[in-house]
Design a protein. Structure first.
Length: 255
């Protein structure tokens, strides 16, 4: 295309290439999801359908962008980790954030009816995105550990909160009762009401981690013969990622 006198406007574009040799984390957060979940009748304190939809959208994002090494999600947020050597889109922050956010959002809408077949989507689900760089594997692991620790904290608090709300207490009363409580205090509140925190579904307590895992699938050939083939697909797990055990099972994630 021939140059024009208007091309000078390109000079106003900023270079937003991300620093080299840093792990890239794109974190998405739902905007106004308290209202969104109320409008669509989400179960409190945890809605398995809603979390399943978040996980399905995350898997779709990883299939679209195979450069993503691992993802972690809880509640209405999801974090996607790109390798420190990733070069996609010239490591341009605006390009990466906008594409991951839009891909997640459109898949959330596209798959809504699979998880909420009897609930029409009446309000637009919105997600904001940000990018954070981590200079080494230690700080990246600490980031993922922080998000899982936050999952535990939120699960404990929300479980107690909604137990007390469903007993007829007001929001103000419950907030006052839980203010300053420790882990043991919340466990006791649950135990008195017949709930052992450790028996709650792992997805509620630990969140969801998605990694590329090798699976053996069967293929049927025209001859009628069935053969097995090894393929890599994003798989969702609900396991402890603070300790080393999980990462030792999937060492390729950080290699």
């Amino acid at each position: 295309m021939a140059n024009s006198k208007f091309e000078y406007v390109k000079l106003f574009e900023q270079d937003d290439a991300l620093l080299q040799q840093c792990w890239i984390v794109v974190r998405l957060d739902g905007k106004g999801f308290t209202k969104f979940t109320e409008v669509h009748g989400f179960e409190k304190p945890h809605d398995e359908r809603g979390l399943g939809l978040m996980n399905a959208a995350a898997v779709a994002v990883m299939k679209e962008f195979p450069d993503i090494r691992v993802a972690f999600g809880e509640s209405d947020e999801y974090s996607f980790v790109f390798h420190k050597d990733a070069v996609l889109y010239g490591r341009r922050a605006s390009k990466i954030i906008s594409l991951i956010t839009s891909c997640f959002s459109v898949n959330y809408v596209r798959m809504w009816s699979s998880f909420f077949p009897d609930t029409p989507l009446e309000k637009n689900p919105l997600f904001d995105g940000r990018v954070v760089l981590y200079p080494n594997l230690e700080s990246l692991r600490d980031y993922l550990s922080w998000r899982q620790a936050d999952t535990h904290i939120n699960c404990q608090y929300n479980t107690c909160y909604w137990m007390l709300i469903k007993e007829g207490k007001s929001r103000e009363e419950v907030q006052k009762m839980l203010r300053g409580t420790l882990t043991a205090d919340k466990n006791e509140i649950m135990f008195q009401r017949g709930v052992n925190y450790n028996t709650l579904p792992a997805m509620f307590r630990k969140g969801s981690v998605v990694v590329w895992a090798e699976l053996v699938v069967e293929q049927h050939r025209e001859s009628g013969k069935v053969v097995q083939k090894s393929v890599k697909k994003p798989q969702v797990f609900h396991e402890d990622i603070i300790r080393d055990t999980f990462w030792k099972k999937y060492p390729h994630v950080f290699q």
